[in-house]
Design a protein around this ligand. Sequence first.
Ligand code: THU
Length: 163
Amino acid sequence: MKTLEIKSLIGEYSFSELSEIEQRLVDHAKSATQRAYAPFSKYQVGAALLLDNGRIVEGSNQENAAYPSGLCAERTAAFYASSANPGVAFRKIAIAAWIKPGENENFEDGFQRNPVSPCGGCRQALLEYEHLYGDIEVILYGGDKIYKLPSIKSLLPLAFTEF
Ligand code: THU
């Protein structure tokens, strides 16, 4: 028997420690939360993708009364970006989450204090673009701290890759 170890190195940043473009990307993710359609969960997620052509594409979660028919912010952004810019690499993604202020102490000015981390389905969907175009840096925004990871695969060890 052998034991295999999986390691992820996560950088913890403050907003001012991010580069200028990363700060802009976080601002886009935060502003995208305000365009979420989340009447059921009331949890508004925003994602912003930096493309290789310099464009920034935003997405937000879009819910539906038939619950599974809704879509997360990250996949909304990725599918929107890829359909409008086919063949263009994704370089970075930033994610933020917001709820109505004053309702939960884990949120400040509406924004989640802890870094927001994408669900498994979004990790798998983003991984496919990473395989096509190269590593996508991940910026998980939190009001108290920001996590930065070098790639989607570092968020999804032992991923399904048979495609
Ligand atoms: N959600 C996202 O948009 N991204 C995630 O990574 C996790 C969850 C959305 C889905 C749903 O609309 C709401 O947040 C509550 O789960």
